[in-house]
Design a protein around this ligand. Structure first.
Ligand code: G3I
Length: 353
């Protein structure tokens, strides 16, 4: 009799599990699982009560997808609009969740007035005002922040390459150090994170980007800049191999520098994966397993956050539409909030010691 799908999945993932636990130097299950979080966009939270209920039931953290980005919270140089950010923070408070602040300094989502800044003094003043006002507003609920998001360009020629932005244009590469020092002055007890994507895979431009990211972090640590953690976004590209060995080495080096490791935006871009849902879900779960195995091979994660919780609300649905017209399946719950294999894998790796 042909093995059922469940048999195949159970065998496959169980084997993966054994390999994962047996293969790495894990000291058995952690005393306390790493916090699990989900990113949430306010219109989605307001559109579907099931979303808030699912996050409240399954998560310990929440990240505002867009609400604390400058185009949402900074209508002018002397103006702040925290209405949307406050709604996410209030949702977190009401459900006993921590909020992960995303993101204080980024090259993207900048209002025109920021792009019109014309001196180092203006840029420094704008950064200082934003970091102070935003961090202090949410200090009770946001105990960790993506201080600088995506500082490395996609195409890296030298490990010293840094992504262009108005901040870099006016302040030089030193804007990164400045942002972390300002954030630490404002909230000395907050966990300050440097956050990057496309550092997980083995092919194309990913290894060079990871090496430049490591170079930057070493530089910051050597200058005693208050960076506390590395944020691996984890927007995995389905079908593209994870650079398991080099990624594990990178993470081990970061831990050796005294930094925590967070997975901050996990999902799987499944646009190139097969149509059959069962097959696709296994491939997605396997890739998440390979990624999490690599990043936990030298120790536990400080937290795991997925970029959304349910396939019903995901940026991948519009950024990476599938040509077969079927819905994307990048997240731990399907569009009807049913758990998928990916959630099993996350739950397993939350417990790695
Ligand atoms: O909600 C409006 C809608 O009313 C309007 O009709 C539509 C068309 O203009 O835009 C909608 O807003 C969009 C929003 O996503 C919600 O879908 C914005 O235009 C669009 O810019 C915004 O994109 C966000 C993107 O960051 C840029 O800020 C995505 O939601 C968000 O998932 C994505 O998240 C980033 C992280 O912040 C950093 N790491 C990568 C990650 C994925 O790109």
């Amino acid at each position: 009799m042909e093995p059922t799908r469940r048999d195949i999945l159970a065998l496959g993932l169980a084997a993966g599990a054994c390999a994962a636990v047996g293969g790495a130097a894990h000291a058995g299950p952690a005393a306390r699982p790493a916090p699990f979080g989900a990113a949430v966009y306010l219109p989605d939270l307001e559109a579907d009560p099931r979303l808030g209920a699912a996050i409240a039931a399954r998560c310990q953290r929440v990240t505002p997808v867009n609400e604390l980005k400058w185009t949402y919270s900074r209508p002018g140089p002397d103006a702040f609009d925290f209405a949307a950010g406050d709604r996410i923070a209030d949702f977190a408070r009401a459900n006993g969740l921590a909020m992960h602040g995303h993101t204080l300094v980024w090259y993207a989502e900048l209002p025109d007035w920021v792009n019109a800044l014309s001196s180092a003094a203006e840029a420094e003043a704008a950064l200082a005002k934003h970091i102070e006002t935003t961090m202090l507003r949410y200090r009770d609920v946001a105990r960790s922040w993506d201080v600088v998001n995506e500082p490395i360009p996609d195409v890296v020629r030298r490990p010293t390459d840094r992504r262009d932005s108005p901040w870099r244009a006016l302040l030089g590469d030193g804007y990164i150090e400045r942002a972390f020092r300002l954030a630490h002055e404002i909230d000395p007890d907050a966990q300050l994170v440097i956050n990057e994507y496309d550092v997980e895979h083995a092919t194309e431009y990913f290894p060079a980007k990871r090496r430049a990211f490591a170079h930057l972090i070493r530089e910051l640590v050597e200058k005693d800049v208050p960076v506390h953690a590395v944020g691996l976004q984890g927007h995995l590209r389905g079908g593209v191999p994870i650079d398991s060995e080099e990624l594990a080495e990178f993470v081990a080096e970061m831990r050796g520098l005294g930094l925590k490791i967070l997975v901050t935006e996990l999902d799987v871009i499944d646009a190139a994966l097969p149509t059959p849902i069962e097959e696709r879900d296994v491939l997605v779960a396997r890739q998440v397993e390979e990624f999490l195995e690599a990043v936990t091979s030298s120790g536990p994660l400080d937290s795991i956050t997925t970029w959304g919780l349910t396939d019903r609300f995901t940026w991948i649905g519009w950024a990476y539409k599938r040509i077969d017209g079927t819905g994307n399946r990048p997240l731990p719950l399907d569009a009807d909030y049913r758990p998928k294999l990916m959630l099993d894998v996350i739950e397993r790796f939350r417990r790695v010691a």
